[in-house]
Design a protein around this ligand. Sequence first.
Ligand code: DNO
Ligand code: MN
Length: 357
Amino acid sequence: MKMTFRWYGEGNDSVSLSQIKQIPGVEGLVWALHDKAAGEVWPLDEILEVKKQADQYGFHLDVVESINVHEDIKLGLSSRDQYIENYKESLRNVAKIGAKVVCFNFMPVFDWTRTDLFKELEDGSTALFYEHEKVKNMNPDDLFKQTIGSGYSMPGWEPERLDVIKDSFEAYKSVSDEDLWANLEYFLGEVLPVAEEEGVKLAIHPDDPPWPVFDLPRIIVSEKAVERYLSISDSPSHCITLCSGSLGANPQNDIPKIIRRFSSRIAFAHIRNVRRYDNSDFIETSHRTQDGSVPIDDVVKAYHETGFTGYARPDHGRHLWNEDCRPGYGLYDRALGIMYLWGLWDAYELTKENEVK
Ligand code: DNO
Ligand code: MN
């Protein structure tokens, strides 16, 4: 397991590289050109700029998260071909600095959806919260106004995208789950050969939450969906990002089982916990098994058992000790999470060594 930490870039992240450097066992930054809209080519000179910063601290940039997929590709419009060409160019450019894994998602319109970015937990910390009834009864505009009130918006909900969002909603009315699968396959048919040529693994991130929101189709939601996805191609570049928190919001998804089954195709592990409620609400908690509904101890055991050598990151964390940070992306809880993951990993390692003796 190669530990990484997501970093939003100089001037765009409350966490500094010198802070990340002090978290034990972090070797690389999970990075992106965050000012690029989906469909834009990532220019090499801007990529090299990130590399220069990472080099100063000895971090690798093996994992990119995410090169976002343009809405026209997901919708299957004829304009998609140009955006796919641009995607290929970005893949080639990130490969030039040695990128090994490119994470992406195929969620229509939005990335992860929550109703409260700073919901208080019983210990006084705050965390990302999803209230099912609210999403069912609210239109996205109102949810947007509510979350932006905190000064932050969710990824994909940036104020300048709001008009585009309205148009996309209309466009998705005629797109079924099967259409979305077909559009995903078309995209993969084009980009996988380039990824393979460049030695890059394309690792799709599951949908979060793993069910339809605002009547938009969502397809990467379960073990069955992962199975279907992986059967699309045998290419060594055809992989997944296994996000324990995203899939774990649905109690039907047995995360350790999914890991044991697909470990060799998991290029990137997002590890975090969520506490589920019976009404489909969930809140993000500390990584510790006892604090949430996902058995993170068994998740790490599954990775350890299957000899996982891919990249991992702690994904989201709570906001602790009055930290002012991007929702889900503070320093403290993600650092604590990493130490929990290493603690488990090292203990399983020791057990294995003792068994061999
Ligand atoms: C949620 C996070 C997401 C993820 C993107 C990948 O679990 O990991 O923000 O980065 O969905 O494209
Ligand atoms: Mn994730």
